[in-house]
Design a binder for this molecule. Structure first.
Ligand SMILES: C[S@@+](CC[C@H](N)C(=O)[O-])C[C@H]1O[C@@H](n2cnc3c(N)ncnc32)[C@H](O)[C@@H]1O
Length: 280
């Protein structure tokens, strides 16, 4: 079923208002394809009718489910590699230094658009392996919070179960053997010690991080700002800079940049990748 320009505008504006996700006109096909199952399920005659039943609340939770369907959840283990090398070789040692000199007790890490969990579990594996190799930070001192706007992603991430396709993306055999257990003939599950290190919550990046937890020491905000417009990104980085712990770290996607969007961070580089540190 074809979406009309007026219907596209209605639904696009709704999605942007609720999540910041900004769909250009050439993405009308995406809206059309992802919302078609709802049209079929609720026997709507067109996209206007779908919009109407969503707005009048006659179908419980429909707003939330439409929004969920419009998220793009592409992710993989140890995405881009360098953020995890930076974490291991730069960021965690700097936290260890602070723990050693008594300026830090607990360490708070946030995976702010965690999708199906590969990012926060990759962080947890890196933290755990780092903690095994030294005596200053214990893994119990590190809180990892993972959030996403998508309920489907949160449930999947919490289960810690992954099929062969997901397992084949970004994991070395060594990491697989160390941190996963075969669950069924075709799926693996992240080991409990790693799952226990991560707390999953639903969170909309339109809201202030202070609602979640004050003063994160490190935020992974990767491959999500690409879906937002510049005003939204500007506000997002401003909030993050304000609410990170002093000299806290920010890691963004390899194709993303703070240029022209935030002056609040120093750009650092290591292992062929960039990361950012709050100036204050
Ligand atoms: C492409 S995935 C990136 C996952 C992971 N950070 C990575 O780099 O592999 C983007 C995620 O952002 C989430 N997202 C989109 N808009 C959001 C919002 N306003 N608040 C929270 N999460 C959002 C989507 O649900 C999706 O799971």
């Amino acid at each position: 079923m074809k979406i009309t320009p007026a219907e596209f505008k209605l639904l696009r504006d709704f999605i942007e208002a609720q999540s910041g996700i900004c769909l250009k006109e050439e993405k009308a096909y995406l809206l059309e394809n992802r919302l078609l199952p709802f049209i079929e399920k609720y026997k709507c005659k067109d996209y206007s009718e779908l919009y109407k039943i969503m707005q009048n609340g006659s179908v419980p939770d429909l707003k939330n489910r439409l929004l969920d369907a419009m998220t793009t959840n592409e992710t993989l283990w140890f995405r881009d590699t360098h953020p995890y090398t930076i974490l291991k070789e730069k960021i965690l040692p700097s936290f260890a230094e602070a723990v050693k000199n008594g300026t830090k007790g607990r360490i708070k890490i946030w995976s702010a658009a965690s999708s199906t969990g590969q990012e926060p579990y990759s962080i947890a594996m890196t933290v755990r392996d780092y903690c095994m190799g030294q005596t200053i930070i214990k893994k119990e001192q590190v809180d990892i919070v993972a959030t996403d706007i998508s309920d489907t992603c949160i449930y999947k991430a919490m289960s810690g179960k992954y099929d062969a396709v997901a397992m084949g993306r970004g994991l070395t055999q060594e990491m697989l053997l160390r941190h996963f257990t075969k669950d069924t003939p075709t799926t693996y599950r992240v080991n409990k010690d790693i799952r226990d290190m991560v707390t999953f919550k639903k969170f909309n990046l339109q809201d202030s991080p202070i609602l979640l937890e004050p003063h994160f020491d490190l935020i992974f905000l990767r491959y999500v700002a690409i879906y937002f417009n510049d005003d939204f990104k500007h506000g997002l980085y401003q909030r993050f800079a304000r609410e990170l712990a002093p000299k806290g770290f920010l890691v963004i996607g390899a194709v993303e940049s703070l240029r022209g969007l935030s002056e609040d961070f120093d750009m650092l580089s290591h292992a062929g990748g960039l990361y950012y540190q709050c100036k204050r």
